[in-house]
Design a protein. Structure first.
Length: 83
């Protein structure tokens, strides 16, 4: 699926992310911070990753985003300006 998605991506994409408190996968009745990352292009959207975060600060969200391999490096604008 990831290969098909990479072949379809247009020149311009938008990356969306927003921290969420979701049920933990490892413990019952426990929650953990997660960062869903979605790329949209044209009328399509694709969930790329949902990394776990230590906390919900904006700095932690940017760090979590940077650790995900989007494979879209060629024209990326640096998200470091968000820190």
């Amino acid at each position: 699926m990831k290969i098909d998605f990479q072949n379809e991506v247009q020149d311009v994409v938008t990356v969306h992310w927003d921290g969420k408190l979701l049920p933990a996968l490892s413990a019952r009745k426990s929650k953990e911070e997660r960062l869903p990352i979605v790329i949209s292009y044209g009328l399509k959207k694709q969930l790329i990753a949902v990394p776990r975060l230590d906390n919900s600060t904006s700095k932690e969200q940017v760090t979590g985003f940077l650790e995900v391999d989007l494979r879209l490096e060629s024209r990326r604008q640096s998200p470091n300006s968000l820190l």
